[in-house]
Design a binder for this molecule. Structure first.
Ligand SMILES: *Cc1c(COP(=O)(O)O)cnc(C)c1O
Length: 397
């Protein structure tokens, strides 16, 4: 067997250097723990970036995928397949949305949402210069359309020109949204809880004001639930807490718990008045394996009362992180909902995260100064305690 160092050297010779990876080669997982190729154990508070909600090596999940692999993996969207039909019914029920299109990733779900919004507006007035309002600090993915609505100039700069007619407002600043609305606005797009941009939840009043504005002007509200959805904040989708409903919603990450799937969903009104035959497609999206993954994930969410667990352990995590804020001068504040939390430091957190990794704790950042906590949703209070004791050791050093 090669050593970890040898694997990393090989990787750096062959892979395009687009990530500054931590110096670990992960090999297997079990529950909330990961193991590297040399057998070292890590408590995982990253979950593959808010993906592996059900924990690693879940036998029911694994068996459902194995059964589907032995049966049929792919057919193309020229034909129907049962797993995708079942998955569509279940995701409709979980979200209360009416129509779904399955994609392979989050970015593709955002692309589809943008196309649906533009087509909806096009069918109304036949013009092709509609505008979308997105938010500063947002993150929607790395493809050109998703990048165009991502409110981080650093990610966009070298790849200009972006797709046109995008304006940026500020999250939780309704006046800044109003200032950007024109006769051409076809959609307002944001994450219900901003993830990569620093764990900023949308305030209820902001959501309600934007929703009312959208209804008044027939603008589509698009909520990106790729990171904050699928139970992470203590409801299946974060917007469900606030008594509002988007016209279009995106989901991915935990939707397949590791099998690369995403989706954009819409109301019947948008479904009947936007994308139609020939307007959009994908080779893999919604294939039988992807469908099987979504089905077993949604089944296990119910069977294992995942959302109850998020509410219970999320409240505990929040309380404990709030204690850290009072205990440590270097910490400014805590932000977040449920099991999507951020600790804002007064300095860069890179060193703390590297130290934690060394001590067997996987953490990630969200921006330079923020540690992001997005553990598997099956996490227990004792794991929170374990995480805190390692984190405190790192902070005390
Ligand atoms: C991760 C993420 C995306 C992009 O998803 P990919 O699967 O990486 O393309 C889009 N929006 C949000 C909010 C995300 O967190």
């Amino acid at each position: 067997m090669e050593t970890m160092k040898e694997y990393i050297e090989e990787a750096e010779k062959a892979l395009l250097h687009t990530y500054n990876r931590y110096q670990v080669v992960l090999d297997k997982g079990d529950g909330v723990y990961l193991y590297d190729v040399e057998g070292k154990k890590y408590l995982d508070f990253c979950a593959g970036i808010a993906v592996f909600a059900l924990g690693y090596n879940n036998q029911k999940y694994n068996n459902a995928l194995k059964a589907q692999i032995d049966k049929l993996i792919h057919t193309s969207n020229y034909y129907y397949n049962v797993p995708a039909i079942e998955a569509a019914k279940k995701i409709k029920k979980a979200s209360g949305m009416d129509r779904v299109f399955f994609t392979n990733s989050g970015a593709e779900a955002v692309e589809g949402a943008i196309k649906a919004a533009r087509k909806y507006a096009y069918l109304k007035d036949g013009s092709t210069d509609h505008e979308i309002i997105a938010m500063e600090h947002s993150f929607h993915g790395r493809t050109m359309g998703a990048l165009s609505v991502t409110g981080n100039p650093k990610y966009r700069e070298a790849f200009q020109p972006m797709i046109g007619n995008i304006r940026f407002a500020r999250m939780n600043d309704f006046e800044s949204v109003l200032a950007n609305v024109t006769d051409k606005t076809c959609a307002i797009l944001f994450e219900t809880v901003q993830g990569e941009g620093g764990i900023y939840p949308a305030q209820e009043s902001f959501l309600k004001q934007v929703k009312a504005l959208c209804e008044e002007r027939d603008i589509l509200l698009i909520l990106d639930e790729i990171q904050c959805g699928m139970g992470r904040t203590g409801s299946m989708f974060a917007w469900q807490k606030y008594g509002i409903k988007p016209d279009i919603m995106t989901t991915a990450k935990a939707l397949g718990c590791g099998v690369p799937v995403g989706a954009f969903l819409m109301t019947e009104k948008v479904g009947q008045n936007s994308l139609t035959s020939g307007d959009h497609g994908t080779t893999y999206g919604g294939n039988p394996l992807a469908g099987a993954a979504i089905n077993i994930v949604l089944d296990l969410f119910e069977e294992n009362h995942i959302i109850d667990n998020v509410n219970e352990v999320g409240a505990y995590l929040k309380e404990k992180l709030d204690e850290l804020v009072t205990e440590y001068d270097c910490i400014e504040e805590r932000r977040g909902l449920g099991l999507m939390q951020g600790l804002v430091f007064k300095k860069p957190v890179g060193e703390i995260i590297t130290k934690a990794l060394d001590k067997g704790l996987i953490l990630i950042n969200a921006g330079t100064n923020i540690i992001r906590f997005v553990p598997p949703l099956i996490i227990e209070k004792k794991h929170v305690d374990e995480m805190l004791s390692i984190l405190k050791t790192c902070l005390d050093e």
